[in-house]
Design a protein around this ligand. Structure first.
Ligand SMILES: NC(=O)c1ccc[n+]([C@@H]2O[C@H](COP(=O)([O-])OP(=O)(O)OC[C@H]3O[C@@H](n4cnc5c(N)ncnc54)[C@H](O)[C@@H]3O)[C@@H](O)[C@H]2O)c1
Length: 371
């Protein structure tokens, strides 16, 4: 198969769909790989590395869209890219179609086979191609919080781990899923005094067994939340109710109970945020202060560590890319129901029920596409 990857053109996106190492795997399987010149510059993977891995460097995205049978990307295609998609061409990338009628309309019009990373499933009922970005964001949340706690950034001047003779900072992590677990791991590793709140007894039990005495767990109800938030130097918002906007668990009123210079990091901001006073910020200007409390609410945290994020993403996307290239999309999807769950648009039709429902459009089943 001819596989192509292009330079991401979304604002401040430095990740790339295929690393040189992934290209090496594809070429070892006998596939031809086309890479747009400069596609990997943002992660320090320059053209020469791709050439060494067996790729052919191509001057423009247009040439790649014209000849590749499968396009592997990171972010959803932008309008100019959508216009270059061809009927039957495979697009393998994050799409997030439900809130994006314009993109959905263009993908339907293209006739392309569009496989969305975010809806590919696994045996445990998880979303394995989303997970690495939550791991990155969870770990980053502690770095971001530690920086915001410094005086120069408006924080109360507290070092997470303390020093001998001085108590460590108190960190409350609300939500003990992928983001929360990774945040707690980092905070505990730095020596902070960590409490993880969740409302799922199973999650609390798992966390308790993993962390033992290195972090406390606490059931998430109004009283416990209020208590932990008032006591914390750093609060990480890491809740998710799948398919719904994040619940506002920390009200504007609760800020008044907090210590001045304490920090809120709202990782759930991409789902609207779980603090009432949150609004999305950017890496260029990541924090703002309300009632003396520093808020960090960057919606695309993994973008700041594009190199780590690209490699983490490739680790989970490459096996499927290889199968699609080896078998062709139909056989690859037919033989793997989890990959089939990734099919969102095919032959001018939506093939993912939740996307169609969100946009008030018709759909056919993904199984019909591979029948
Ligand atoms: N800002 C970013 O760059 C970025 C990056 C990755 C993920 N995220 C977001 O982070 C959030 C968390 O993602 P995840 O992968 O960890 O999800 P997850 O499903 O693995 O975990 C969510 C956890 O929240 C818990 N929860 C739900 N309601 C709760 C409540 N009222 N109190 C306490 N816990 C509650 C659930 O039981 C679950 O354990 C999502 O909104 C996700 O989109 C943001």
């Amino acid at each position: 198969m001819i596989v192509g990857t292009v330079k991401e053109i979304k604002n401040h996106e430095y990740r790339v769909g295929l690393t040189p190492e992934s290209v090496h795997e594809l070429t070892a399987h006998g596939h031809e790989v086309l890479v747009e010149t400069g596609a990997g510059d943002g992660i320090g993977a320059h053209d020469a590395l791709y050439e060494k891995a067996g790729a052919r460097i191509v001057a423009t995205a247009a040439e790649i869209f014209a000849s590749a049978e499968m396009i592997v990307k990171v972010k959803e295609p932008q309008p100019g890219e959508r216009a270059m998609l061809r009927a039957g061409q495979i697009l393998y990338t994050y799409l997030h179609l439900a809130p994006d009628p314009d993109q959905t309309r263009d993908l339907i019009a293209s006739g392309a086979v569009c496989i969305a990373y975010e809806t590919v499933t696994d045996d445990q009922g998880g979303l394995p191609l989303l997970k690495p970005m939550s791991q990155v964001a969870g770990r980053m949340s502690i770095q971001a919080g530690a920086t915001a706690l410094e005086k120069a950034h408006g924080g109360r001047g507290v070092l997470l781990g303390g020093v001998p003779g001085v108590l460590p900072a108190k960190v409350a992590v609300i939500g003990g899923g992928v983001v929360g677990f990774n945040a707690a791991q980092m905070a505990a590793g730095l020596g902070a005094d960590v409490t993880i709140l969740d409302r799922s007894p199973q999650v609390l039990e798992r966390l308790g067994m993993y962390f033992e005495a290195r972090a406390k767990t606490r059931f998430s109800n109004r009283a416990n939340l209020a208590d932990c938030v008032a006591d914390a130097d750093l609060v990480i918002g890491a809740v998710l109710i799948p398919g719904a906007a994040a619940p506002k668990l920390v009200s504007a009123d609760m800020l008044k109970s907090m210590k001045k210079g304490a920090v809120l990091v709202d990782v759930a901001i991409d789902q609207g945020g779980c603090f009432e006073t949150s609004h999305a910020t950017t890496h260029a200007d990541p924090t703002y202060i309300v009632d003396g409390i520093v808020h960090y609410c960057v919606a695309n945290m993994p973008g700041a560590v594009a190199r780590t994020s690209t490699y983490a993403l490739n680790n989970v996307t490459l096996p499927h890319a290889l199968r699609i290239a080896d078998l062709g999309w139909k056989d690859a999807l037919r033989s793997d129901p989890h990959l089939l769950a990734g099919l969102n648009v095919w032959d001018g039709k939506i093939t993912y029920g939740a996307v169609a429902d969100a946009l008030g459009l018709d759909h056919v089943s993904a199984a019909q596409a591979v029948a």
